[in-house]
Design a protein around this ligand. Structure first.
Ligand code: ZN
Length: 152
């Protein structure tokens, strides 16, 4: 657990212990399961759309602290946003956790808590899992996505 201590910032712990928007929607427009076989994380993302706006979304499943907290923070970040805005956040978040981008320029808010993840490549997939599932759902796909199919 020692390597993770650095990652367990207060905001991540908070969202792990009390994940937001957790559960299921009555009538989701989109639903995608995300699986990270390396860690065993498996989460379901459900999205309710209003035009091109993410009106509501829920996450359910089981995973490690990082994947759970990331999914929770994602729901807060994209709820009420347009699909284009959500994709922009995903791009910024992906750059942040893979160490490619400039976090200061991405307006990521609380998502910046995951900045230290880039030091731990195995954990990047945990942090990005919910975002990959959301991305797939917004594209209208419904197949289960696996982080092992992601070459980005
Ligand atoms: Zn994980």
């Amino acid at each position: 657990m020692s390597e993770l201590d650095d990652l367990y910032q207060e905001v991540i712990l908070d969202h792990y212990k009390r994940p937001r928007n957790w559960g299921r929607l009555a009538a989701p427009d989109r639903e995608v399961v995300g699986h990270n076989p390396l860690c065993g994380d498996r989460i379901t993302i459900q999205v309710q759309l209003d035009g091109d706006v993410i009106k509501d979304l829920r996450v359910e499943g089981s995973g490690c602290a990082i994947s759970t907290a990331s999914a929770s923070l994602m729901t807060e970040a994209v709820k009420g946003k347009s699909m284009a805005e959500a994709e922009k956040l995903f791009a910024g978040f992906h750059d942040l956790v893979t160490g490619k981008g400039d976090p200061a320029g991405a307006a990521l808010g609380k998502l910046a808590a995951f900045g230290g993840i880039s030091e731990y490549p195995a954990r990047v997939k945990c942090a990005a899992l919910a975002w990959h599932a959301l991305h797939s759902a917004l594209q209208g796909k419904s197949e289960t996505i696996s982080t092992e199919d992601d070459h980005g």
